[in-house]
Design a protein around this ligand. Structure first.
Ligand code: NI
Length: 380
């Protein structure tokens, strides 16, 4: 595997130069398809626009495994100065999906060359992870009907873990992502005569405070959840009470039942607090992405592969994190596991930062874990 590092570092840096936004990964898809083709891997490019699936069969084994990478970049202007920084102004691989694609391509190249397995491997390149739920579109488009897989594995580079490590968990590893909006409607007035108003800002503040009571008082303490209000918009002038106020935010959980509780309590608290002050509150709650819940047997395959390829010290028992990933949509259909590939080093930037760059030292790590799981599970 290590002899492939220079070639795949160049591939990763090429992908970094030509980032494309969600559902617009046209050049990226073409590049991936041509790589897979040139290594003798069967290629399907007809899935949700820019999705690409490579199929590699070997021997007469009937087992199958899908390996997934995400393809899209973010609407961020890159602030790096190195030679391979983004050539598409305002678009940047700031989440390392360039690295995820390169790791999966590297595993594909290695497995196509060495063929130390018996069965079928599907290399799934998924568009639009950052927006619009590419994973659920792939599932709805019949991914697992066309490419029946016993299990699916995916990974994300993780700057919080040092490069050389792999983090995995038996159950939840990443949270669900839900967006909410609360529109409070009152009645405006002169700022000096609040008694003539139904002050929507005052009401919104009461609602914002009361909502944290769901997290601390209403759900079970053992159930992790976050509720953050990240947008507050109201008013245009220092001396005018406006008619309405807007708040937007996010809810993260590891359990859809906990999300149900938060959504229903949020609606009830917002409308009743507003009513108490003579205002009205309208809540919309959008479930964007499910939590990523691993299958313990599949997580164990990742652990074994990580220990075999990197040594026992490389393995991290990962605690679940509150950011989200649409990989959970696959895990609602088939067993599988999502793992973190440590990419941190001194001076590493966080994900979604304009100075982020995927750590190329992580390339052979993710690729070897993928390949080793294939060789172990599809044992010849
Ligand atoms: Ni990402």
């Amino acid at each position: 595997m290590l002899d492939l590092v220079p070639e795949f570092t160049a591939i990763r840096q090429h992908l970094h130069q030509y980032p494309e936004l969600s559902h617009k990964e046209f050049q990226t898809a073409e590049f991936i398809a041509s790589c897979l083709n040139s290594w003798g891997i069967e290629v399907h490019t007809d899935i949700v626009g820019t999705g690409v699936v490579g199929v590699l069969r070997n021997g007469d084994g009937t087992k199958s495994i899908a390996l997934r990478a995400d393809m899209d970049a973010l609407a961020i202007s890159e602030k790096n100065a190195f030679s391979y920084c983004s050539k598409n102004e305002g678009v940047m691989h700031a989440c390392g999906h360039d690295g995820h694609m390169a790791m999966l391509l590297m595993a594909a190249r290695y497995l196509a060359q060495t063929r130390q397995f018996s069965g079928t491997v599907y290399f799934v390149f998924q568009p639009s992870e950052e927006q619009d739920g590419g994973a659920s579109e792939m599932v709805q488009a019949g991914l697992f009907e066309k490419f029946p897989s016993d299990m699916i594995l995916g990974c994300h580079n993780w700057p919080e873990l040092p490069v050389g490590t792999v983090g995995v968990a038996d159950k939840a590893i990443m949270a669900s992502c839900n967006a909410f909006e609360i529109e409070v409607t009152g009645r405006g007035s002169h700022g000096a005569m609040p008694n003539l108003s139904v002050d929507p800002i005052f009401v919104a503040i009461q609602i914002a405070n009361a909502l944290q009571g769901i997290i601390t008082r209403m759900k079970k303490p053992q159930d992790a959840a976050v509720l953050s209000i990240c947008q507050v918009k109201a008013g245009q002038s220092y001396n005018v009470i406006p008619d309405s106020a807007y708040m937007g935010g996010t809810v993260r959980t590891f359990d859809e039942g906990v999300t149900d509780l938060i959504e229903s309590q949020m609606k009830s608290i917002a409308s009743q607090v507003a009513m108490a002050f003579g205002a009205q509150a309208k809540v919309s709650f959008d479930r964007q992405v499910s939590p990523v819940i691993n299958t313990p047997d599949c997580a164990q395959l990742v652990r074994t592969a990580a220990i075999e390829t990197l040594g026992v010290k490389a393995l991290v028992e990962q605690e679940p994190v509150m950011p989200s990933e649409d990989f959970g949509e696959y895990l609602k259909k088939v067993p599988g596991a999502f793992f973190f590939v440590g990419s941190g080093a001194s001076g590493t930037c966080g994900l979604h930062n304009p100075q982020f760059d995927f750590n190329d030292e992580a390339l052979p790590i993710g690729a070897s874990v993928f390949a080793q799981v294939v060789e172990n599970y599809l044992l010849k």
